[in-house]
Design a protein around this ligand. Structure first.
Ligand SMILES: NC(=O)C1=CN([C@@H]2O[C@H](COP(=O)(O)OP(=O)(O)OC[C@H]3O[C@@H](n4cnc5c(N)ncnc54)[C@H](O)[C@@H]3O)[C@@H](O)[C@H]2O)C=CC1
Ligand SMILES: O=C(O)CCC(=O)C(=O)O
Length: 425
């Protein structure tokens, strides 16, 4: 019995290894497209992975050594692109998987980039402003040889923001001896940021929710929405859903969740949340993140971290549509369970691509030195995401595969073709 339990545990651990599960779907997508095995061999891991040690003098005078990563999945299509995550649970495999997802996202929304991603094992919620600045600058010094406006362009992700992008841009500009706004995206507007970047991920998710709701015949007005995570993606999304007339009945952060079947006071929560997306600590009547995911609702949006919907809770999900704002929130097994139950799952590599799309717009504006209005940015984003949603949806119907596999087929084809034309495979 004990041995059986051990085996079960191992299977569960494997199903939560985001790199392994991504590799499994890439393999399946390439097989469906008829590519030979060597294409998989090239695409199953990043072509480059740098691990760095970053010494930071802390406010108490001690020196702490942080570990950071930068993964560059594949640059056949163009320079690599993707955010930097500051989180205590960052791992090498997670960063690798995140970089692969960036390649797929860029392929799906048709951006001239490959995928990259970075991460530092740290807890910014427990660090001072000065310590965070030193860590951000130290990271850029450590990875400076492999990044740059035409090589690999970072951006924000979990627990990083426009201030951190500004420090990183300034540090790179010193190393480059040049003012280099195109080195990084998600910057403050005064430093060459783009209108609409801050809310872009949530805008993209909103467009996907709207399109998915149409397909399912759900009216957004009055629809009950649950959102896990109240940071950049989750909080803007709550606002957009509220503005669209939906009822946001549940939200959460790393410490717990809030539920009100009549609809939460989103404006109040937005006003009270801190810069790390924490708000539930202000309340007594909280529920757990686990309970939040299983609430009766029409639309569920995981917008926090990986492996939240698993084979353990997928049977209990009561939403009609699940739209992944977070990267990797649903395991392979859970994807199958939800699909078999007739729940429409809009995958991360499509639903969360609004962020990198407007990052691309920011980079284009930096390169041309001419800036667009918020309306121009929004109009362009709308076009890209509606088209991408329909391409993935139609592929999933015509090839009789779920939306995740359809999205992978579209994303992986682009990088495979670029690698083939370059003569790499
Ligand atoms: N910021 C962006 O432009 C993009 C973000 N994403 C993805 O969206 C997700 C959220 O990212 P952001 O909103 O940018 O991050 P953020 O740092 O602004 O907010 C993160 C939110 O998740 C919560 N959280 C953290 N650890 C948690 C845990 N263990 N359990 C439950 N909640 C937890 C935090 O309390 C916070 O509310 C991530 O998966 C990220 O990779 C995807 C595309 C672009
Ligand atoms: O804006 C970007 O370049 C990347 C955003 C990101 O890291 C993501 O989509 O996961």
């Amino acid at each position: 019995m004990a041995a059986e339990k051990g085996a079960d545990h191992q299977t569960m651990e494997a199903s939560r290894d985001v790199l392994k599960s991504t590799q499994t779907i890439i393999h399946e997508a390439l097989e469906k497209l008829g590519y030979p095995e060597e294409v998989y061999e090239l695409l199953k891991e990043p072509v480059r992975m740098l691990t760095v040690k970053i010494p930071v003098r802390m406010d108490d005078g001690t020196v702490k050594i942080f570990t950071g990563y930068r993964a560059q999945h594949n640059d056949a299509v163009g320079p690599t692109k993707g955010g930097v995550r500051f989180h205590p649970d960052v791992t090498e495999n997670e960063v690798k998987a995140l970089s692969i997802w960036m390649t797929l996202k860029c392929g799906i929304v048709n951006l001239p980039y490959g995928g990259g991603k970075g991460g530092i094992i740290c807890d910014p919620r427990k660090m001072s402003f000065r310590e965070l600045e030193n860590l951000s600058r130290g990271y850029v010094r450590a990875i400076s040889q492999i990044v740059g406006p035409t090589k690999d362009i970072p951006a924000p992700d979990v627990f990083t923001n426009s201030q951190i992008m500004a420090w990183m841009m300034d540090e790179y500009s010193r190393i480059d001896e040049f003012n280099s706004p195109g080195f990084i995206t998600g910057k403050p507007l005064v430093l060459g940021g783009s209108h609409g970047r801050e809310s872009a991920t949530a805008k993209g998710v909103t467009i996907c929710i709207r399109e998915a709701a149409r397909k399912k015949g759900i009216d957004l007005k009055g629809a009950r929405v649950v959102i896990q995570g109240f940071g950049n993606a989750g909080s803007f999304l709550a606002k957009f859903m509220h503005d669209a007339g939906a009822k946001v009945i549940g939200i959460s952060d790393a410490y717990g969740a809030l539920h009100d079947p009549e609809g939460l006071d989103i404006d109040y929560l937005l006003d009270r949340r801190d810069s790390f997306g924490t708000v539930t600590t202000l309340f007594k009547n909280t529920i757990t993140n686990k309970e939040l995911l299983e609430l009766d609702c029409d639309i569920l949006v995981p917008a926090a971290i990986e492996n939240q919907i698993t084979e353990e809770n997928a049977h209990n999900i009561r939403a009609k549509i699940v739209v992944e704002a977070a990267n990797g929130p649903t395991t392979l097994e859970a994807t199958e369970i939800l699909t078999n139950r007739g729940i429409l799952l809009v995958p991360d590599v499509l639903a969360s691509a609004g962020g990198v799309t407007v990052s691309y717009f920011e980079w284009v504006q930096n390169n041309q030195g001419y800036y667009w209005t918020e309306e121009e940015v929004e109009e362009k984003l709308e076009k890209v995401l509606v088209q991408s949603f329909n391409t993935v949806y139609n592929t999933s119907r015509s090839r009789r595969v779920n939306m995740r596999l359809a999205a992978y087929m579209i994303g992986v084809r682009r990088v495979a073709e670029a690698s083939r034309f370059r003569g790499w495979i």
